[in-house]
Design a protein around this ligand. Structure first.
Ligand code: XMP
Length: 335
């Protein structure tokens, strides 16, 4: 049978140890150097596990010939863009272009409440911003991508016409007409292997073991039409939830956990006065493949602390709800 570069060889061992990861890294460093020579490579660096591992691997292979573009669409979680700048821009001395496109995205999304429409706007605008930035750069011949093996398996399924509940536009899904050859050093790896490789490359544990975060980011958690004040409340409440999950040792036990805030206000009371605010909804689920999900049982003491902190610290929120619905019937995200 002909060699297929998109097929994981049957005899390829699962990478579980630092030694195996180091061997993989050495092999890929050589392969990337052979592929790109002295040319430049462009990478959309979201700060997610996959693009971060590709960035660290390519920095090791070709240093500043790699140009990382980080587009902040204004829908990142608290501290995420800052972490990209700190780790890649400072510690790894990457050739990093940082673009704060918050206003562009939020202006386009103003008044748009339909979830699929929101996803399309975010995906299309991301491509536009990335395109504009790459047009300013000279002499780039390669495009690096954090494709991993499940993505390849997923596109095979999609090509077979299996229907999805949501469009799952991935921000970072780049223009097909970009005339650049692809560099995809982790495309035969499963997620657990990408993490082992990431740690071997010296990336921070929190970055490598980060929970999955949808491409449209907080955009599909600020439910309905996004407003800046509700988005701000969401980002702050979500940061508190993550902090408390960390303290309680739940951060790596629960597959995905976050806050969603609907476009609804209720009457409450704060400082002895009537206080109309939004409810923050806690979602904390476990799953193997994201097709079905179960609810993590969070200890009441942890929940009480989260409720107390969010209602006290976050402007605009007067209630905290805990979503106990498994998937099905609820999807993991609310939109
Ligand atoms: P649902 O809500 O469909 O989510 O149960 C399943 C998993 O997919 C993530 N998700 C997305 N990821 N772009 C992404 O890259 C999207 O538009 C999107 N929508 C949902 C969700 O966070 C969960 O992990």
């Amino acid at each position: 049978m002909a060699y297929d570069p998109n097929k994981r060889p049957d005899d390829m061992a699962r990478i579980t140890t630092k030694e195996q990861a180091d061997a993989f890294i050495a092999e890929q460093v050589a392969a990337v150097r052979a592929q790109v020579g002295d040319k430049k490579v462009l990478l959309a660096l979201s700060g997610g596990v996959d693009s971060s591992v590709v960035a660290a691997l390519l920095i090791k292979a070709i240093g500043r010939q790699l140009v990382c573009v980080h587009v902040n669409h204004g829908l990142m979680r608290k501290g995420e863009s800052e972490q990209v700048i700190e780790v890649f821009g400072k510690e790894l001395d990457a050739n990093l272009v940082y673009i704060d496109a918050t206003d562009r995205f939020l202006d386009l999304l103003a008044g748009v409440s339909e979830p699929e429409r929101k996803r399309k706007i975010i995906g299309a605008e991301f491509i536009k911003v990335f395109d504009e930035e790459s047009a300013k750069l000279q002499g780039i011949e390669f495009l690096a991508q954090g494709t991993i093996y499940p993505d390849i398996l997923e596109s095979i399924k999609a090509a077979e016409g299996k229907k999805a509940v949501k469009s799952h536009h991935n921000v970072g899904g780049l223009p097909e007409d970009m005339k650049m050859a692809l560099v995809e050093p982790i495309k035969l790896l499963f997620k657990d292997e990408v993490r082992v490789v990431g740690e071997a490359l010296g990336l921070p544990h929190a970055m490598v073991y980060r929970q999955p975060f949808p491409g449209p980011g907080l955009g599909v958690r600020c439910l309905g039409a996004i407003t800046r004040d509700r988005l701000h409340a969401l980002r702050e409440a979500d940061a508190i939830l993550r902090e408390e999950f960390d303290i309680a040792g739940l951060a790596e036990k629960v597959w995905q956990y976050f806050i969603a805030i609907p476009d609804v206000k209720s009457v409450g009371v704060k400082n002895e006065s009537r206080y109309e605010g939004w409810p923050a909804i806690i979602r904390a689920v476990n799953t193997k493949d994201a097709m079905t999900a179960t609810i993590e049982e969070i200890p009441y003491a942890v929940l009480h602390k989260i409720v107390a902190r969010i209602t006290a610290e976050v402007e605009g929120i007067n209630r905290v709800l805990y979503d106990l619905t498994p998937k099905p019937t609820g999807t993991i995200e609310w939109e």
